[in-house]
Design a protein around this ligand. Sequence first.
Ligand SMILES: C[S@@+](CC[C@H](N)C(=O)[O-])C[C@H]1O[C@@H](n2cnc3c(N)ncnc32)[C@H](O)[C@@H]1O
Length: 348
Amino acid sequence: MSNLRTRIIDAIRLNGPMPVSLYMLMCLHDPRDGYYATRPALNVDFTTAPETSQVFGELIGLWAAHEWMAMGKPTPFHLIELGPGRAAMMADVLRAASSIPGFADAAQIALVEASPALRKEQAARLVAWDITHHDDIEDVPPGPSIILANEFLDCLAVRQFVRKDGAWHERQVGLDAAGNLTFGIGPPADLPEPLFPKADQVEAAPALESFADAVARRLRANPGRALLIDYGPDDHSPTDTLRAYRAGEQVSPLSEPGATDLTADVDFLRLQRLFEQQRVAFHGPITQQAFLKRLGAAERAEALARANPARADDIRAALEQVLSPDHMGTRFKVIAITPQGAPTPPAF
Ligand SMILES: C[S@@+](CC[C@H](N)C(=O)[O-])C[C@H]1O[C@@H](n2cnc3c(N)ncnc32)[C@H](O)[C@@H]1O
């Protein structure tokens, strides 16, 4: 039995069932045994768009360079990435955006990363650049900023509630009669904030509120933009989407605490409401497919294929993965946040 499973079972025996959010937080970030803290296996347990096609990060780099110019070329400015993983996207962003005179010299690269293991990989991959690491976006000094994140928000721990006999109850992780981890529900509880459940279940990441607050304060104080890409529906709030991945397969979130990636859909409707309450402009969501196509993904991939004929088929197949509705193209959505009154960013 894994160390973390034993500790979680002991904690439940001692204190009673724990909310799903605490279970998710421990599984991902427990310093001794958490998935991201100790053994993140990107490209093994799951594969992301920047790990699939270099066109993804390159177009985001050109998007960022365009917005930097629209902001009046602030020098210096913070180029912030949240949850950069193995830094594939930042490497491609920097390579593409460096073609715009002044961008690379002006960019102060700030990586917000919880995982010590991934911080090391990021430093190695970006060895040619000056980077700083931060625990939280709030720790990046004030100033003009371009904030990027791919598959970061889906890692934030979610609380789940179910309605039974007219009352809401928080979903919990407890023990069954044989002492194994199992889902259950707690006593009647108030929803933590006005949520808009479509059904008798609702799921919400409490951290989205402080995240929207931190991003919006930054964009109100100085020129700035944020570009966030993740999966989730755009017409309703998620209800029960917590899931786990191991070696590319979906497995039970309770099967191997700390050894699987746990994730939940992003609530784009709630994000829109939170950002609009914060007096910043919210653009999208649009599908990843629409975003990349409008920025010229097909043309860029063809140019790459012509320049690398031996890899042409791989380049086209990788683009298909990030564009096709059968893969990432429509499940993933893109949103941008700008100060009110700023021009609409490219592709939106
Ligand atoms: C699913 S991976 C995505 C990696 C990368 N963006 C990509 O697209 O390949 C999630 C990333 O967010 C980081 N992360 C997760 N939760 C975090 C948190 N609360 N604070 C900072 N980083 C976090 C993980 O360590 C990892 O780098």
